[in-house]
Every structure is written in structure tokens, then in C-alpha cells.
Design a protein. Structure first.
Length: 242
């Protein structure tokens, strides 16, 4: 943990894993090969997060907008997800990693859905790193779902409009205690040099520190990961105060 301060390690890190397609283009290989290389980076960062003592890691794996991509690319992404889960499930269990899904994955291919359901079930009692995979996830849709749930509760007389607080809205988000039950991320990292959130954790990112890396996701090393965390640790977090 070279140069990192254990006492101010972020408890929740979220990553927008960007650059698989550009990596594939640079290497003259199909886009799905870029996603395959990206999966290897994801495994490496999951392992390293656990070693660093990070409690929650969230990765943006597939957005609600990604369905606009070619059928071949979408199918390839989900096949790789099944490969990752089937290959690494035993290691996730051994390392005490708990897997959660952020997003509605009911509409993804059946083999992918079954593999994920098995992973969630087999790791649900693990108490180590909580690994959240944002899948078929969009933050605006997440907020809409939370508001819709609250509206139904108000209509049913279970909740008064005056009781709707920020905590109540947060409770019904995918990260809330009704689902993944994890704190807002202190640090959000985006790779590939792009500098935007792209509909990722918009509510939760209110006071997150944003760190941008020029590395394409398949090239995102543990050293670059630690550099991003070190940058986070160097900042003065005032949360609107002085």
C-alpha cells in the first residue's frame, strides 16, 4: 500500500470502466476482445480493493443506454459476464466477497441472469468486500423508481408527503438499504480521459471526489488505481463547509 494512508482509505469506491472499445481499436482487435481485456482488469481491481481494505466497490458494467450498441457487442458483453462469474465464483467465495447487482437485470439474457442469481445467492453471507455490479443501470431511472415506490406508499397511506426526506429517497435507490445497503461513494474514478458521470450514481455523487485517469480501462493497473486513491486522500473534503 505504497504511500496510501490506511486511516483515510475510502470505504466506497465507484468506477466508470471506460475505454474498452478504444483499446480494441488501438490493438486492431474486435470490440469484444476489448471487453474481455476489461474483464481481466475488473478482476484485478476487485482483488486489489479487497487487499486495500475498501469495503464497497461499485463498477459500471452495462448502462441502460448500452442497449443501443450492436447486437453482437451486447451479446458478447453478457457472454463475458457469464464467463467471469463461472470462472471466478469459487475465488469470490474464498475471498469472502459479497456480490450485489445495481439495476434491473430481469431483462438480460437468461444464461447471464441465472449465473448472476447463483453468484448473489452463493456470496450473500460473505462479510468481506461488497462488490456491486451496476448492470442495466441508469441513475435517472434509479431515481424515478425510488420516487415511484414512495408515491405508491403515500397513495396507500403508509407515508405522509411531509415524511419524504433525502434519507427516504436514498432508502429506495439501488444502493439503499432496501437493496445493496451501501454508503455513498467517497471516490468516483473514470478511466480513458473522459470527464463526465454518464448517468452513474447522480444522487449518490453529491459529495463524491471525482478522479479521472487517462488510462484505458484494460490498461488500468493497480499502480494507477493507487494513484487515484492517493489523489483522493490529498484533497480537503469540506462538504460545503469552510
Amino acid at each position: 500500500m505504497t504511500g496510501l494512508i490506511k486511516e483515510i482509505m475510502p470505504q466506497h469506491v465507484a468506477i466508470i470502466m471506460d475505454g474498452n472499445g478504444r483499446w480494441a481499436k488501438e490493438h486492431g482487435v474486435p470490440r469484444v476482445a476489448g471487453h474481455r481485456a476489461g474483464m481481466e482488469s475488473m478482476k484485478k481491481i476487485v482483488d486489489h480493493s479487497d487487499k486495500l481494505g475498501i469495503k464497497h466497490l461499485t463498477v459500471y458494467a452495462f448502462s441502460t443506454e448500452n442497449w443501443k450498441r450492436s447486437t453482437e457487442e451486447v451479446r458478447g458483453i453478457f457472454k463475458l459476464l457469464v464467463t467471469f462469474v463461472n470462472r471466478d465464483l469459487r475465488e469470490l467465495i474464498k475471498n469472502n466477497v459479497c456480490v450485489k447487482i445495481l439495476g434491473d437485470f430481469s431483462s438480460i439474457p437468461e444464461d447471464s441472469k441465472k449465473a448472476l442469481e447463483k453468484t448473489i445467492e452463493d456470496t450473500k453471507n460473505n462479510k468481506g468486500l461488497q462488490f456491486n455490479i451496476a448492470l442495466n443501470y441508469g441513475s435517472r431511472d434509479e431515481i424515478r423508481r425510488s420516487v415511484e415506490t414512495i408515491a405508491h406508499k403515500v397513495k396507500a397511506g403508509e407515508l405522509e408527503p411531509s415524511d419524504i426526506s433525502e434519507d427516504v429517497i436514498s432508502e429506495y435507490l439501488w444502493t439503499g438499504n432496501m437493496h445493496a445497503d451501501c454508503p455513498d461513494p467517497e471516490l468516483i474514478i473514470r478511466t480513458s480521459g473522459e470527464q463526465r458521470l454518464s448517468n452513474f450514481l447522480l444522487w449518490q455523487a453529491a459529495y463524491s471526489e471525482l478522479v479521472f485517469s487517462d488510462a484505458l480501462w484494460p490498461d488500468f493497473s493497480t499502480e494507477e488505481y493507487e494513484r487515484c486513491i492517493a489523489e483522493y486522500q490529498s484533497r480537503d473534503r469540506r462538504f460545503g463547509g469552510r
